[in-house]
Design a protein around this ligand. Structure first.
Ligand SMILES: *Cc1c(COP(=O)(O)O)cnc(C)c1O
Length: 360
């Protein structure tokens, strides 16, 4: 078996132990004579998997009982629409905090549904950063304030969450489970699983139950959070295999000593790369404001696009893959989610130093 160091932004690296467990289980899941993909989602066997995935998430994130954990589909993009469909009702305004491409996309989607307001917009500011609390101009009585906790493309992360009277809605697609959060300070959290929790196909939603009940009753059943809450995410056929993978990944995380320990490991991994960038006498240039640098996606540039191309190409010879920045911004992006090993970070640091020596 040969595994490479996979820096892909998403879908991204999964813990090898989870993949191996899935391999063991694949053809005959625990003596049932079938795989988890082939059995009824209403049967006892799948039900246990479904419930363990929910229970594991509740335990790791400390999700209180008055919050539901839902497994939906359609990824972050569909949540861009669901949130305003459910909560941006007639006569209301929804606030959006804009710092990068994903928040902007969520904002534009909300505008197709109702009145969305940019309560802060720093998307044009370089180096990339998150808005400060002081820059935030909330609408009185806003339906909610939408934030993106980690802007995956720009490589910036909110180090503390804004204070607001409106329910706080967070797109945590690229940093959920990477650090402790206080779920009680949010109305709703959503995340596509494929960056830090599992394969593509399942979207995790954590939402305050009493808020769900106040959602717009005039939209189709399928798009209402309340429908899926009532049915414990078994209203329609859920993405069973993806949820099973979430169960395996979260089971492993529970053994790792909680999110504080995981956050510390993540911070150390990121720190090594940022130190290499800062110690390169300007050869590597970080694109994020140092105070807002992401522990998940480390973005930087080289002196020319030609060198960047060579950097990405030659990296493959060292089994370092997925380093190309998002097509909209270029440069280099090293995505180092929970499952990304520290040895891979060391390998990249070594490669960066060697590349600079040869091409500096
Ligand atoms: C990847 C990503 C998305 C989009 O996710 P899809 O599952 O492809 O819809 C949304 N928000 C953030 C922060 C992301 O990183």
């Amino acid at each position: 078996m040969k595994r490479i160091f996979n820096f892909s932004a998403g879908p991204s690296i999964l813990p090898v132990e989870a993949l191996q467990q899935a391999q063991t289980d694949l053809v005959d899941y625990q003596g049932t004579g079938m795989s988890i993909m082939e059995m009824s989602h209403r049967g006892k066997v799948y039900e246990a998997v479904h419930q363990e995935a929910i229970d594991n998430l509740r335990k790791i994130l400390g999700v209180p009982d008055d919050y539901a954990i839902l497994f939906l589909q359609g990824g972050g993009h569909e949540q861009f629409a669901w949130v305003p469909l459910n909560f941006l009702t007639e006569g209301k305004t929804a606030d959006y905090m804009l710092a990068g491409a994903w928040g902007l996309k969520a904002y534009k989607e909300a505008q197709t549904i109702g009145k969305a307001n940019a309560a802060a917009d720093v998307t044009k500011i370089k180096p990339a950063r998150m808005p400060s609390q002081g820059e935030l101009k909330p609408t009185p009585g806003a339906a909610y304030l939408h934030i993106t906790s980690n802007e995956t493309i720009e490589g910036i992360q909110l180090k503390s969450f804004p204070k607001t009277d409106a329910p706080l809605v967070a797109d945590m697609s690229s940093d959920i489970l990477s650090r402790p959060i206080d779920v009680k300070s949010f109305g709703l959290i959503y995340a596509g699983a494929q960056k830090n929790v599992g394969p593509a196909g399942v979207t995790i939603v954590i939402v305050r139950k009493d808020w769900v009940e106040k959602g717009n009753p005039k939209i189709p059943n399928m798009f209402r959070y309340s429908t899926h809450l009532k049915e414990n995410s078994l209203y329609n056929t859920p993405p069973c295999f993806a949820i099973y993978m979430v169960m395996l990944v979260t089971r492993l995380l529970l053994k790792k000593g909680g999110l504080a320990a995981i956050a510390e490991t993540n911070r150390k991994k990121a720190q090594k790369l940022y130190e290499t960038i800062d110690g390169s006498s300007g050869y590597y240039r970080g694109t994020a404001d140092p105070a807002h640098r992401s522990d998940m996606n480390v973005t930087f540039r080289l002196p020319s696009e030609e060198l960047e191309e060579r950097f990405i190409k030659q990296a493959k010879e060292y089994s370092l893959d997925g380093l190309k920045g998002h097509r909209s911004v270029g440069g280099i992006r090293a995505s180092i989610y929970n499952a990304f090993p520290a040895e891979g970070v060391d390998a990249l640091v070594g490669y960066m130093k060697e590349f600079q020596k040869k091409n500096g």
